[in-house]
Design a protein. Structure first.
Length: 724
């Protein structure tokens, strides 16, 4: 049936309401055919199931072979009228022509509705993001041709067809552009789109330039950003053209003495790596700030670990560091079992743990262990607290958190002659519900008791409510981090004694979380909810709290290699290569505790001058134990006498042969040139840099030419074997 006749038939069709869908395929690897339906029916074949809601309307075949298509009416209210477009005149089933190159053929099955009635029509429309591609269906029965058709704009961007029809279109991008995907009733990035028309349907096609997009990376502070072909150093802005829609991973590495403090622009967050989608020009800034010095002073029998150092036993002062804005912990370890520690300079402390919130200014912390003089004379004395009634006691200047249940939180050791302030807190929160302190306190009725610990002392706090009921507050930790506060003593391991603390009945108590390095706090569960760093628990019964932490990235240990002048240091993931007269820095991440063997190899005309930093000496190999951030400097210098850039050259003369030999002098001095068999001896004064000598020999043969340079550092020789 001819196209015009088919269109006339279509005008008599009537159908019910439908929905739209989309199909797409990757660039064909063989012959492709397209199928669509007009009216209520379906077409099936190898790889094809199109119409009546099915949207497998395009198929690509591995060879040029005919395909059999069968048209079936949707139900008894429909009849198959015939094929249109490339199937015009075909029987049913229809064996297609052998598909070849060029536009994919389209086979349109036309169905008519039996009986009488008015046909509802629906509109299928196409829009393009830019006029840099073509969307069409190669059809004359229901034509769509929208966009740039071989340089000529095509404007057939909509068509009205009977309800229940299925329209199939194909995209073709212009040269220099690529197809970025469908929108509207279709989705994905395949080449074809099919829509089932129960209602009006519209699709959009997005074409983008294949030209590269610009990635601009800026480094604010002292560090390096690598990735996407960019290596950008401190204070610089670096750009590179990247493929459109590519994914680029950037890695920020701080220089020694600096910390990475965050991304901005196309990247955000504090992770050392970020991923940039190059769907447009992207600008990324990596910020690095100087590490904040942390001074740690240890007095007495114990050590303190944290801030990248381990300090002690005392008396000792150590210098650590941390990133500005970091929250870190210092962990005290008494040398004597049962030993205690008094902290000063902490943001907060609990038992053997000092919590620090680091700003931009240097921090100084002192840890004084029991049994030491604390740098100011004196010994340690015991402070014991008893609670009578429904309340609890905390302290400033001592590790006390005591309820009527008693326990380890009621006894501590403090340095003699220091001042300790005890605070009585009623479970109700009302100061009027506190009765009095024992006569040990100077003022017995105020809620604060200040003591000068000239000797061991015992204190009792009595509350108006004599109900001494207490409830246990139990913390659990999921992941790597800790929970402290209200008698919880740096709870890290669920079930440990540090994770349970008795609380006064009805009290509102506060606890806080702190992630370990390389982890981040996810949130509270149980009696606490949310993601705040602290939470308040009402102790009207035994309560359980869980703090969940998630591993972000393991703490990295940096190995920095600096090369002075021309040479290579290998042994890390990527060799570090230096250039003549320049200083080159390379930084890698190494596993803490590992041993890295470095090898120094001088460039041609250079010699290895020696190591400094974590390596010393003049041997070309060095083993570095990675205990923390390490820096190694490898120095190279020009050889006093080295081969030149060119090989010896021989030229025949009228009598004899001229031999030209090049060399490079790293020092000025007196050069003597001799040859064996003996032919000539030459003396000349040379300066630093490239030079050459000319020899004349009279016979053919093999000569050994020796260059000997007498300089301030001694005599240096160089041998050539020359065949004449």
């Amino acid at each position: 049936m001819k196209a015009r006749a088919l269109l006339a038939v279509l005008l008599t069709l009537a159908v019910a309401v439908g929905i739209a869908g989309g199909q797409a395929s990757a660039a064909p690897t063989g012959p492709t055919i397209l199928v669509q339906t007009l009216g209520g029916g379906k077409v099936t074949g190898t790889g094809i199931s199109c119409g009546d809601g099915a949207l497998a309307c395009a198929a690509t075949y591995s060879s040029s072979s005919a395909v059999t298509l069968t048209a079936t009416p949707a139900n008894s209210n429909w009849t198959f009228t015939g094929w249109a477009d490339d199937g015009s005149g075909c029987a049913n089933p229809c064996t297609t022509a052998t598909p070849g190159s060029g536009p994919a053929p389209i086979y349109t099955a036309v169905f008519s509705k039996t009986g009488t009635g008015t046909l509802p029509y629906q509109t299928f429309s196409v829009s393009l993001s830019s006029a840099n591609g073509l969307v069409d269906n190669h059809s004359t029965a229901a034509p769509i041709s929208c966009g740039d058709n071989a340089g000529t704009p095509a404007t057939a961007c909509s068509v009205s067809v009977p309800q229940l029809s299925t329209i199939t279109v194909e995209q073709t991008a212009d040269a220099g552009y690529f197809f970025n995907g469908w929108g509207g009733s279709c989705s994905g990035t395949k080449d074809t789109c099919s829509a089932f028309l129960r209602t009006d349907q519209s699709v959009s096609a997005d074409f983008l330039s294949s030209a590269s997009n610009t990635l601009s990376v800026s480094v604010d502070g002292s560090g390096t950003v690598n990735g996407g072909g960019i290596t950008c150093h401190a204070g610089a802005t670096c750009t590179k053209q990247e493929p459109p829609t590519s994914t680029i991973t950037l890695t920020a590495t701080p220089d020694s003495g600096y910390a990475f403090t965050g991304w901005s622009g196309g990247c955000t967050g504090l992770q050392s790596t970020c991923t940039v989608q190059m769907n447009a020009d992207q600008t990324v800034t990596a910020s690095f700030d100087p590490l904040v010095p942390i001074g740690i002073t240890v007095n007495g029998a114990g050590t303190v670990s944290g801030a990248n150092v381990t300090c002690g036993p005392g008396p000792q002062t150590c210098n650590g560091s941390a990133a500005p804005g970091a929250r870190i912990q210092l962990q005290a370890t008494p040398t004597v079992a049962g030993g205690t520690v008094i902290w000063s300079g902490c943001t907060s402390s609990s038992g053997l743990v000092c919590n620090l919130t680091v700003g931009s200014s240097p921090v100084n912390v002192t840890a004084t262990f029991s049994g030491s003089t604390g740098g100011g004379g004196g010994s340690f004395v015991q402070l014991a607290v008893t609670v009578d009634g429904n309340g609890y006691v905390t302290a400033t200047g001592a590790n006390i958190y005591c309820t009527a249940a008693g326990g380890s939180g009621c006894v501590t050791t403090v340095q003699q002659n220091t001042t300790v302030s005890l605070h009585a807190i009623a479970a109700t929160g009302l100061s009027s519900d506190f009765d009095f302190w024992s006569t040990t306190c100077p003022s017995t009725t105020t809620t604060t008791c200040t003591l000068t610990m000239s000797a061991a002392k015992s204190v009792t706090a009595t509350f108006d409510n004599d109900d001494q009921t207490t409830y246990d507050l139990t913390a659990s930790v999921s992941g790597s981090g800790s929970v402290s506060g209200s008698g919880l003593n740096n709870c890290r391991t669920t079930g440990s004694t540090a994770c349970t603390s008795p609380q006064a009945a009805g009290a509102k108590v506060s606890i806080s979380e702190l992630p370990s390095p390389g982890s981040t706090f996810v949130g509270w569960s149980g009696a606490c909810t949310g993601t705040s760093t602290t939470c308040t628990v009402t102790m009207d019964s035994a309560q359980n709290v869980t703090a969940t932490f998630r591993l972000t990235s393991p703490p990295s240990t940096k190995l920095s290699v600096q090369i002075d002048s021309a040479g290579t240091v290998s042994g890390t993931a990527a060799p570090c290569v230096g250039k003549t007269g320049k200083t080159t820095k390379c930084t890698t991440t190494e596993k803490a505790g590992a041993t890295v063997t470095l090898k120094a190899t001088p460039a041609k005309g250079y010699v290895f001058a020696g190591w400094t930093g974590a390596c010393t000496g003049t041997k070309t190999t060095c083993a570095v134990k990675i205990a923390g951030d390490e820096e190694v400097i490898a120095a190279f210098k020009p050889a006093a006498l080295a081969a030149g850039a060119k090989k010896p050259a021989v030229k025949k003369l009228a009598s004899g042969y001229r031999v030209t030999i090049t060399f490079r002098a790293g020092e000025a001095g007196r050069l003597t040139v001799t040859s064996k068999p003996k032919s000539v001896t030459i003396h000349k004064t040379v300066k630093v840099g490239a030079g050459s000598v000319l020899l004349t020999v009279h016979k053919r043969g093999r000569y050994v030419v020796t260059l000997s340079l007498k300089a301030k550092s001694g005599t240096h020789t160089l041998h050539y074997t020359v065949k004449v």
